[in-house]
Design a binder for this molecule. Structure first.
Ligand code: NAD
Ligand code: TDX
Length: 341
């Protein structure tokens, strides 16, 4: 694989910067990298929200509403950038099961368009991906995912992310695009869309709706705070080896039942005050990340190591920001109800 890259980029495009993790990353960069100017490119789908970027000074960030599949727009933006950090995606598994088409378009075609623009303008490319490309592990398996684990995606969502990773690898090897990839575990924190597990249950409780647990509740996810994901991405973008993949995780394995009980307890509810609902088809059993490579090579460490504390501040954020999520709640729950979830 190719060697060390040059100096840290100054003008970066962040695709999907108005979404959950993208906006957390933009806030992190604005706070920690004073010499960097960000251009957010975001289509503002149902998952994007311009308000996620409020408070950022104009001389640090430009916002462009647009589609990553729009080659003409990319031509314009990439001619003025050093690097792109590519978060934009259709990101929700349940949606991909109900209708895979937008996932193919944004996650596969969109990544292809961005790679072509990066190739033409020699723009450094960091691709944000997921641990779900590796499929799942058994509950009693001592193994965790590493950079060498074979790809075995289960859902329409994860298969499109796997496809996008393959495109990035091919564009690096064939055309020399200066690319890196990170595959991260489940994120939590402020500004996560309320279709996702943790914010769905918090906002259910705030609305007087009983939380919903899929299947037997024993599925395990490896939780990391979005701020720790952001610092890891910056470490890879600025110091990672080109052509390499880095797994990002913070040793946060917990069953869904455990997480739900922690939310119930944190919000003053009884531990059995929830409904069991229909399982997700093809539901991955367990994800677990071994992030040794990232820690050893780049010296990265997570800051949010106390899950109870991170969860409490996330609960507080949803309590205090009802106006951010309230308008979407009814439609999200109606959609789940139609799916028996
Ligand atoms: P999100 O759904 O909250 O945000 C996605 C953003 O992308 C939205 O702002 C949306 O408007 C934008 N977008 C969608 N289609 C677009 C298009 N065609 N053109 C331009 N913008 C478009 O997603 P998220 O949870 O913040 O995930 C961000 C990235 O991180 C994704 O690539 C996802 O696969 C990856 N990831 C997420 C997690 C997680 O736990 N949420 C974990 C690992 C990796
Ligand atoms: O109401 C629910 N009840 C429930 O039990 C919901 C919405 C989910 N679940 C379960 C399914 C999963 O086992 O909780 C777990 C987490 O579900 P999601 O929040 O939908 O996340 P997941 O499917 O694990 O995928 C997430 O992490 C990896 C992100 O959405 C992806 O974008 C990322 O790639």
């Amino acid at each position: 694989m190719q060697g060390i890259q040059g100096k840290a980029p100054r003008r970066i495009i962040v695709t999907g910067g108005a979404g959950f993790i993208g906006s957390n990353f933009v806030h992190w960069v604005i706070e920690h990298q004073p010499d960097v100017r960000v251009t957010v490119l975001d289509k503002l789908t149902y998952a994007g929200n311009r308000e996620n970027l409020s408070g950022i000074p104009r001389d640090r960030m430009a916002f462009v509403q647009g589609d990553i599949c729009d080659a003409d727009l990319l031509e314009e933006l990439f001619s003025q950038a050093d690097a792109v950090v590519h978060f934009a995606a259709e990101s929700h598994n349940d949606n991909s099961i109900a209708d895979p088409e937008p996932f193919i378009r944004t996650n596969v075609e969109g990544t292809y368009r961005l790679l072509e623009a990066a190739r033409k303008h020699d723009v450094r490319f960091h691709h944000i991906s997921t641990d779900e490309v590796y499929g799942d592990l058994a509950l009693d398996d001592p193994a965790r995912f590493t950079e060498e684990t074979p790809y075995r995606p289960s859902s329409p969502y994860s298969s499109t992310k796997a496809a996008s990773d393959m495109l990035v690898r091919a564009w690096h090897r064939t055309y020399g695009v200066r690319a890196t990839i990170s595959n991260c575990s489940n994120n939590y924190g402020p500004r996560q869309h309320i279709e996702k597990f943790i914010p769905r249950q918090i906002t259910n409780i705030l609305c007087g709706i009983r939380p919903k647990l899929y299947g037997d509740g024993l599925n395990v996810r490896d939780w990391i705070h979005a701020e720790d994901h952001s610092s890891a991405v910056w470490a890879i973008l600025s110091r990672g080896r080109l052509g390499e993949t880095y797994l990002i995780g913070a040793d946060g394995e917990r069953s869904n039942g455990e997480v739900l009980r922690a939310i119930l307890e944190g919000m003053g509810k009884a531990p059995d005050d929830f409904d069991w609902v229909r399982d997700r088809p093809g539901h991955d059993r367990r994800y677990a990340i071994d992030s040794t490579k990232l820690r050893r090579e780049l010296g990265w460490r997570p800051c949010h190591t106390d899950f109870a504390e991170g969860l409490a501040s996330t609960i507080a954020w949803y309590r205090e920001n009802g106006a951010w999520w309230m308008a979407a709640k009814e439609a999200v729950e109606a959609k789940y109800a139609r799916q028996g979830q």
